[in-house]
Design a binder for this molecule. Sequence first.
Ligand code: GDP
Ligand code: MG
Length: 446
Amino acid sequence: NLTQRLAKVVKTMRGEARLTEANTAEMLREVRMALLEADVALPAVREFIAKVKEKAMGEEVISSLTPGQALVGVVQREMAALMGADLGPEATQLSFAQQPPAIILMAGLQGVGKTTTVGKLAKYLKEEKKKKVLTVSADVYRPAAIAQLKTVSGQAGADFFPSTPQDKPVDIALAALDWAKKHYHDVLIVDTAGRLGIDEEMMKEIAAVHGAIKPIETLFVVDAMLGQDAINTAKAFNDALPLTGIVLTKLDGDSRGGAALSVRHVTGKPIKFAGVSEKLDGLEAFDPSRMASRVLGMGDIMALVEEARKGVDAKAAADLAAKVKSGGKFDMNDFKAQLGQMKKMGGMASLVDKLPAQFQQAAGGANMDQADKQVRRMVGIIDSMTPAERAKPDLIKANRKRRIAAGAGVQVQEVNRMLNQFEQMQTMMKKLSGGGMMKMMRAMKG
Ligand code: GDP
Ligand code: MG
C-alpha cells in the first residue's frame, strides 16, 4: 500500500537539503508501483511520473520544509491537475445549445452505466436546471434496454420517446429530435447500445448517430472499476467521436479509480460527473482533488507528512510502547531516545505543556527553559556511560558517577539530578500501558 511505501521513503529522505534525481528516484518508484496497483494503465503512469519529476527538480521544492514533503506536495498537485483541477469548476458544467434542444449523446461499453446515467442526468437537469427533458433509446439490440430507459425516465420526471428494435438508430435519433423541437424540450438525451468489447460496427453506428444529430455534448461513460482496459476503450471512443466530456461511474465501489487517470491521459477531456450509486440521485459534479487523493491514497499520505513535520518518529514510539507493554525495562538508551524526541518536538517547555497533568510534575517542575538547556547536557552524560551502565543504571554508584561526570565535563550533582529524572521517567513509563504510551505520544504531537 502506498502509505506504507511512502512512510518508509519519507523517513529515509528526512534531513536532506533538497530534491535531486538521486533522492527522489526511490520515492518515484513507489508512486509508480502504487499507481500500477490502482490499475492505472502504464502509459498514463509513465507520463505522470515524468511530469512530477520535471516539476520536482524545479524551483517549487526549494522553500519547502523537507524533501519528502516537497515531493508529496508535487505528486498531489500534479495528480489533481491531471484530474482536471486546473480546468476550473466550469469544466464540469454541461453546455446548452443556443437553439434548443441541447442534445446529449451517451457513449460507452455495455454495462458501464449509460442508461442509469441518462436517468440521473434527466433528474438533475429537471430539478436543478429546470429543463424540460426528453430521452430516447437507440439501443435496438436489447428490447429490455428500451424498457429500462422508459422506467428511469419516468422516475426522473422526464418525457420518453418510444422506439422499437425494428428501427435504425439514426432514424430513432432523428425522429426524437423532431419530436423534441415540436414539443419545446430544452434537452434531448440519446442513449445508445454498448457492446461488451470494442467493435467496428458499434463505432460506425454511433458515429453515424453523432453525424445525424450533431450533439452539443458527447459524453463517454466509463466504469471506474474497469482497470487497465479503460485506456483501450477510451482510445477507441475518442478516435471515433469528438467527445466533450467523461462520466465516471461506480465510484461508490472500492476501486481506487485508476481508470480516471487512464481516460484523462488518452482523451484530455474533462471528467464532468461521477456516478456514486445505482439510484437516480447518485450523480455528483466531478471533484479532481478528491479523485487525486483517492487514486493516490493521499489522505493517509498527508497525515504522514504532518507526522514527519512534527518530528515524531512513530516507529520509535511504537517500539518503545511495545517494549514497555511486554514488560521490558525502560533504560538509559530509551531515555536518551526520548530526550532526542523532545528536542525535535520543540523542547521540554512546549512538551510538558502537552503532557497529562499528573505527569507534568514528574517531568521536572518549574523552570522548563533551563530544562531545555539541560537536555543537551543530559545527553552528554548518557554518552559518557558504558553500554552496561545504560542498560542497567542501578550499577551507577559513587565511583562510576565521578567517572561519568568527568567524561561529560559536569559536576557530580548534575549526574545525580539526571539519574533522578531518569527514575521519575522510568516510574512514569511503568504507569503507562502500551496504549497509554501511544496516547501520550499523540498528545505530545498536539
Ligand atoms: P449500460 O449498459 O451502460 O446502459 O449500463 P446500465 O445503466 O444498465 O447499468 C449497468 C449496471 O450498473 C446496473 O446494474 C446499474 O444499476 C449499475 N450502475 C450504473 N451506475 C452505477 C453507479 O454509479 N454505481 C453503482 N453502484 N452502480 C451503477
Ligand atoms: Mg443501457
